[in-house]
Write a protein that binds this ligand. Structure first.
Ligand code: CA
Ligand code: CA
Length: 364
């Protein structure tokens, strides 16, 4: 792990990024496939640009042999009904927010060393001031195959990268108005949500929505990645990270709604960009719910990531255009990772939810 090139946000990203280890071969019985019984009927007044997610008890996580440890085991979880954006928040939508509020994202601000060092091992030396400048992490594929153990070989800290300049100075969100906004840190998403009168989903809500009302399916649309050879999400085909065949039509982000929606009418829940949720990342969350691990002492740290003990991360869901069969198999509803709360990257965005005005439709 090389950390010299990046700030703590970047360092945390490196540590928290795709698990390159071989997924566990642990074999457990898979939950039976069955349809969720919905609990909350759709309110009479619709929300523009959103669809109603009707709530109910569903199977969260998985017992699949090929899944990563953090998404095991499968547990029963109940959520109440809520409205959800049909698509990821786009550059055009974020630009309207910035225009109206003058908001400046985390990636556009000078990093504060006093804050950064809280998330680094004690004694980490202060980087040179030339490093402490606004920027963000950008996927920069090498021109040749590389070992997949060292993600700094394809992630670069780029000074000046932000939602406005997605690959750094000289690149522009304009021309990508309908693509998902990227380089969004948690507080940026929160600020947008406040402006929009919405909120980030928690990871239970997000996974309920992604599964489309059916339990026990590997993908949001069934058990095959490409049924009849058809690509149903923007992921990465080829040898990650250097060889992107883009058989789904896209090398990087795609305009939202480029692929079919799930049965709730939600687009790109899988792939395109990872989506932020409101939950702190706890690698043992599902195991704790199942009673297979002790409760987390949230008074000490609401996060737990054995790969990065200093992590302050939020859960991201759904995988991105960088998820590939040979490296990061996260284009599945159960997949979950941590994302440094104070950092955006070029493959993480968000979408929002909204509670019903009349809470009486909710079970809780
Ligand atoms: Ca792609
Ligand atoms: Ca997505």
């Amino acid at each position: 792990m090389r950390i010299s090139k990046s700030l703590s946000a970047g360092i945390l990203l490196l540590l928290a990024s795709c698990n390159s280890s071989t997924p566990s071969s642990e074999s457990q019985e898979s939950p039976a496939s069955n349809e969720v019984v919905f609990s909350d009927p759709e309110p009479p007044v619709k929300e523009e640009g959103m669809v109603w997610i009707p709530g109910g008890e569903f199977i969260m996580g998985t017992n699949e042999a090929d899944a990563y440890p953090a998404e095991k085991p499968a547990v029963k979880v109940k959520v109440s009904g809520f409205w959800m954006d049909t698509h990821e928040v786009t550059n055009a939508e974020f630009a309207k927010f910035v225009e109206e509020t003058g908001y400046i994202t985390v990636a556009e601000r000078k990093p504060e060393w006093e804050e950064l060092k809280k998330q680094l091992p004690p004694g980490t030396p202060k980087p040179d001031d030339s490093i402490l400048v606004p920027g963000s992490m950008v996927f920069t594929p090498p021109p040749y195959p590389v070992p997949t153990q060292d993600i700094s070989l394809w992630w670069s800290w780029v000074n000046g990268a932000s939602w406005k300049n997605p690959e750094g100075p000289g690149t522009d969100w304009k021309g990508r108005e309908n693509h998902p906004v990227v380089h969004i840190a948690f507080e940026d998403a929160q600020a947008y949500a406040k402006w929009a009168g919405k909120r980030l989903p928690n990871e239970f809500e997000w996974e309920f929505a992604a599964r489309g009302g059916v339990n026990g399916k590997r993908f949001a649309w069934g058990d095959e990645l490409t049924p009849s050879g058809k690509h149903l999400a923007n992921t990465f085909q080829g040898n990650f990270p250097n060889e992107n065949h883009a058989m789904d039509g896209f090398l990087a982000t795609s305009p939202v709604k480029s692929f079919p929606p799930n049965s709730f009418g939600l687009y790109d829940m899988i792939g395109n960009v990872w989506e932020l949720t409101s939950d702190w990342y706890d690698a043992l969350k599902l195991a704790r719910i199942a009673g297979q691990a002790p409760k987390l002492d949230a008074g000490m740290n609401p996060c737990y990531n054995p790969d990065n003990p200093f992590a302050q991360e939020r859960v991201i869901k759904g995988g991105s255009f960088l998820c590939s069969p040979n490296y990061c198999v996260n284009y599945r509803p159960s997949a979950r990772q941590g994302q440094a709360f104070d950092s955006g990257t070029s493959n993480v965005g968000f979408r929002l939810v909204k509670d019903p005005t009349n809470k009486s439709v909710s079970m809780n």
